[in-house]
Design a protein around this ligand. Structure first.
Ligand code: ADE
Length: 317
């Protein structure tokens, strides 16, 4: 019988967990759709279980540390339910489980593959993502240090039933505890496709602000993915493409990304019609100010949140 623990409590077995099917495979193992409870009744809660193999224990530990920080509860952050070290039958073959809320819509990337979004949905999703990143990046008193995600991408944003986005996957995150120096030996982490030019060039300075700006570059790419699937635009909407898929294909090497992003300074295509449509213009400007080559010129998450939120209230009024 497997167990789940409550948020921030010791690992207290409550109810058994039944794994149902694999929903996603990532860098650190697989995410399962699972059921808590011992029957197939309606009241059984569906959860997501991410199973890390033994060699990825550090990522599991980082992710648990991020979720367990007091004050890490936020509408736009994936809700943590528990974590567990599970002994397997074989010696030295423990698995590490992370249990979170389950969202049937899956990730933003999954959703955009099979759905278009209206302009109002685009604004809601973008604002929610920016709000989640603002929360992550900010330091709130002593309880919530600033955190850099370092692997921000559309696969790491989940969509609740009403399309409210929530950010997950903190296995590479860096927590900036006040008064503590942080050491990071691995500068070039994350997903190549979403790496900022300074990361691709190995030219990062390890200050807190430079690490937060790297997340903002990736936010620009995610907003582009949303805009490219927006139904309120002139002309036909193309199939879902990952950022730079047109330029570097599905499995780019580091050299491919360096060539396109650093040498050619290219970004995913912004259609002329988007720039000419007054309501899309705000999103285009925001995207371009997030993925600026010059990291210091990039918008902050709170600035993106404020811009979109003002625009959203104006659009709804
Ligand atoms: N894929 C990855 N994490 C998930 C989650 N929490 N819910 C649904 N699908 C997921």
């Amino acid at each position: 019988c497997l167990s789940i623990c409550e948020y921030q409590k010791p690992f207290v077995p409550i109810k058994p967990i039944q794994l149902i099917e694999v929903k996603a495979k990532g860098r650190f193992g697989a995410v399962w759709k699972a059921r808590i409870g011992d029957s197939n009744k309606e009241e059984d809660q569906l959860v997501a279980v991410k199973i890390f193999p033994r060699q990825d224990k550090n990522s599991w530990a980082t992710e648990v540390e991020v979720y367990q920080l007091t004050k890490m509860r936020h509408e736009n952050i994936l809700t943590y339910l528990g974590a567990e070290e599970r002994e397997n039958m074989l010696p030295y073959n423990a698995e590490y489980w992370l249990i979170t809320e389950y969202h049937e819509n899956g990730s933003l990337s999954d959703y955009l593959k099979s759905h278009l979004v209206t302009y109002l949905q685009l604004l809601k999703i973008s604002e929610g993502i920016a709000r989640g990143l603002t929360f992550l990046h900010e330091e709130i008193c002593a309880n919530k240090p600033a955190i850099a995600h370092r692997d921000f991408k559309s696969k790491n944003v989940l969509l609740r039933e009403d399309l409210t986005p929530c950010i997950g996957d903190f296995g590479l995150a860096l927590i900036f505890y006040p008064g503590r120096s942080f050491c990071d030996t691995l500068g070039q982490v994350g997903t190549r496709r979403y790496m900022a030019p300074e990361v691709l060039e190995g030219a990062i300075n390890f200050s807190r602000d430079s690490l937060l700006r790297i997340d903002m570059y990736a936010l620009g790419l995610v907003l582009w993915e949303l805009l490219s699937r927006c139904s309120n635009q002139d002309g036909p909407v193309g199939n879902y493409m990952l950022p730079f898929e047109e330029e570097v294909g599905p499995h780019p090497s580091l050299e491919d990304m360096q060539e396109v992003v650093c040498q050619q300074k290219k970004r995913p295509e912004i259609k002329k019609s988007w720039k000419e449509t007054i309501h899309l213009r705000l999103i285009v400007d925001t995207i371009e100010e997030c993925w600026d080559q010059d990291a210091e010129a990039r918008l902050t998450a709170s600035c993106v949140e404020e811009r979109i939120s003002c625009h959203r209230s104006y659009t709804f009024s």
